[in-house]
Write a protein that binds this ligand. Structure first.
Ligand code: UDP
Length: 457
């Protein structure tokens, strides 16, 4: 039987790859009439993790073929003085692959190409509404407004949660790139949304009702790669993962606050010291994924500290004083940690994958957004959904140091099991698991998507 060939082109970065691969794996598991090819771009921000991840998948028996695209000419790294905003750089970087993508598709697979983003529903609604706003009022965001209404959010978005680049019309930041993305999304034959009905019902309803001519939506999440995780964990174990899991085994249930800031999160020395003091003062047990920023003139993924560098960046004697109740590590198998019974709270940068993972494992979040759309996600989780504890929400000040007392307050609050957020997160955890099994909303939407894909072939 000739199979229907699907081509996936993930955006560069470890945050994009696993949910897309999880989507592909579930598709192949549900229907053997498909085959999947993934075209991979090198990550301009480092990308060793993405490489490890795809290698582990390629070595497993997953029937997915990978093709590495050649790097684009003259655009291999982000230079702050040339490309003012990282959003514009990423767009140019992705665009620069178009010719080789076409060539590869024609050479290796022939298919209908239907773009399909994998995002949350509320943020997707924001992106989809940008082209219309742009056509109606020229600029989408008036700098004098304090808040902006987007139908997929329950509350108006305060100006401060939008990335600063939103208001820069000259240099092609978030704003310009997202208008373009919104147009592309509106022209697709379908949009796959990585969320679930019982989490974002307001946003999903709004996407269905408030957008004229929007393509069909398939709400199939949460797409959490639980199996691939063990591959990545396996890769990690060779280095340090085992030690972390053993240490967690020795801690009391729900006693640990876990701090982890995504694939790109790192802090300057002053902030590191404030976090350390906040942790010490709170007397709560902790596991802290602390990573070293790239050199000042470079933009890219952080790296892990050597033990000597760690001593230098932390307050004097911190490691010794906290050794009974704290552990500092670098890159960490996040899902395995969140799944561990000793972990009771999560200080997170609020990347969408981290949010879905925290809900899946029922670990409440303290929001510490750092880059991209994380400020918006944090606002959504806290104000619209009541599922997170606030640390701070001021985009303009994300470079500012968060003081130890504020940190201590938020951590104590998230670890308190009498807190409403705690109870709601536990409920959502159950619901997220029900959504993806037979009879669940996301499972049903997946079936519909399969049918529609086959009809469209
Ligand atoms: N992650 C991890 N270990 C780390 C940091 C991140 O396993 O030390 C994983 C995390 O579980 C998530 C992904 O990397 O699946 C990060 O995606 P997210 O959307 O949360 O943030 P991004 O890195 O894209 O900003």
């Amino acid at each position: 039987m000739k199979k229907a060939q699907l081509v996936f082109i993930p955006a560069p970065g470890i945050g994009h790859l696993p949910p897309l691969m999880e989507f592909a794996k579930r598709l192949l598991l549900r229907d053997d009439r498909f085959s999947v090819t993934v075209l991979l771009m090198d990550s301009p921000f480092g990308g060793s993790l993405s490489v490890a991840y795809t290698e582990s998948l390629a070595e497993s028996n997953t029937p997915i073929s990978f093709i590495n695209l050649p790097p684009p000419q003259g655009l291999s790294s982000f230079q702050p003085e040339v490309h003012k905003f990282v959003e514009q750089f990423v767009k140019d970087f992705v665009d620069a692959h178009k010719d080789s993508v076409k060539e590869d598709i024609v050479k290796n697979v022939l298919s209908n190409s239907n773009a399909a983003p994998l995002a949350g529903a509320a943020h997707l609604g924001l992106i989809l509404s940008l082209p219309g706003r742009n056509d109606r009022i020229g600029k989408e965001f008036d700098e004098s407004d304090d808040e902006f209404v987007f139908h997929t959010f329950v509350n108006p978005l305060p100006r401060r949660v939008l990335p600063l680049s939103t208001f820069d019309y000259k240099n092609g930041g978030f704003n310009a790139v997202m208008v373009n993305l919104g147009r592309i999304f509106m022209q697709t034959k379908g949009i796959i949304v990585n969320t679930f009905e019982q989490l974002e019902s307001h946003a999903i309803k709004s996407l269905m009702n408030d957008f004229d001519h929007a393509p069909p939506l398939y709400v199939v999440g949460p797409l959490i790669d639980l199996k691939g995780e063990s591959n990545l964990l396996f890769w990690y174990e060779a280095q340090k993962g085992n030690e972390i899991m053993k240490w967690l085994d020795d801690q009391p249930d729900s006693s640990i606050v876990f701090l982890c800031f995504g694939s790109m999160g790192s802090f300057g020395e002053e902030q590191v010291k404030e976090i350390a003091c906040g942790l010490e003062k709170s007397e709560i047990r902790f596991l802290w994924s602390l990573r070293k920023p790239p050199p000042k003139d470079k933009f890219g993924e952080p790296s892990d500290y050597s033990s000597r560098d760690l001593q230098e960046v932390l307050p004097n004697g911190f490691l010794e004083r906290t050794k009974e109740r704290g552990m500092i590590c670098g890159w960490v198998p996040q899902k395995a940690v969140l799944a561990h019974k000793s972990v009771g709270g999560f200080v997170s940068h609020c990347g969408w994958n981290s949010i879905l993972e925290s809900l899946w494992f029922g670990v409440p979040i303290v929001t510490w957004p750092m880059y991209a759309e994380q400020q918006i996600n944090a606002f959504h989780m806290m104000k619209d959904l009541g599922l997170a504890v606030e640390l701070k929400l001021d985009y303009a000040n994300t470079r500012e140091v968060v003081l130890r007392d504020e940190k201590e307050r938020a951590i104590k609050c998230v670890m308190d099991s009498d807190n409403d957020v705690w109870k709601k997160v536990k409920e959502k955890s159950e619901k997220s698991k029900l959504a993806v099994i037979e009879g669940g909303c996301s499972f049903g939407a997946y079936g519909q998507l399969i049918e529609d894909l086959l009809i469209n072939m």
